[in-house]
Design a protein. Structure first.
Length: 197
């Protein structure tokens, strides 16, 4: 059974305090930084299995393995949101649609729209099945701005999600800059999410 396109989003206004030192990714630089226990944070976005927090020193992205740093209650709620948003493959045969849906689980950490609806995926190719019936996937994607340090992080998210599909042997996600991205590339669904219509 397919449960495609389910996306859960939660926004908190409640201030949280990190209960332990944790490594987070600086947005938009893409560099790792340790946030000390006691750092005050507000969750600004929780989508696609990652969380964006706002602190006094800027925006940071936390991976699911570090949600416990936000406290047991927040971790429990974030886990529930992530489980509700997971794409279930079931016994569905491999298809390009499954690859596109997997990539829809990847989000820009500052924009609550997935990378497909943002128009960041320029090309996706599926190779012929190998001897085991699995496919190699090749993706070309871009970013909303050149020089964004989050590019490799987002590309790795896409690669991980695509490679998790049963019918996929490997995935390669390359970042390209031609043509340059513009807001006109955002899908109708993305425009509605951002209130641009």
């Amino acid at each position: 059974m397919l449960n495609l396109g389910v996306v859960a989003c939660m926004n908190f206004n409640e201030e949280l305090t990190l209960v332990r030192d944790t490594t987070a990714t600086v947005i938009p630089a893409g560099e790792a930084q340790v946030l000390p226990a006691g750092t005050r944070a507000v969750i600004s976005q929780a989508l696609g299995g990652t969380v964006t927090i706002r602190t006094d020193s800027g925006l940071f992205r936390l991976s699911s393995k570090d949600w416990d740093a936000l406290g047991a209650a927040a971790q429990s709620e974030l886990n529930a949101v992530a489980q509700a948003a997971e794409v279930e493959q079931g016994d569905a045969p491999f298809s390009e649609e499954l690859v596109w849906e997997a990539m829809k689980g990847c989000f820009d950490p500052e924009i609550p729209v997935n990378i497909v609806d943002l128009g960041l995926i320029y090309d996706m190719q599926v190779a012929e099945a190998d001897a085991e019936g699995k496919h190699a996937i090749s993706v070309k994607m871009t970013l909303t701005a050149q020089g964004c340090g989050m590019g490799p992080v987002i590309a790795d998210d896409a690669k991980t999600r695509v490679e998790a599909l049963q019918g996929v042997s490997s995935a390669q996600v390359d970042i390209v800059w031609d043509p340059p991205w513009t807001p006109h590339m955002i899908s109708e669904a993305g425009r509605q999410k951002l209130g641009l219509e």
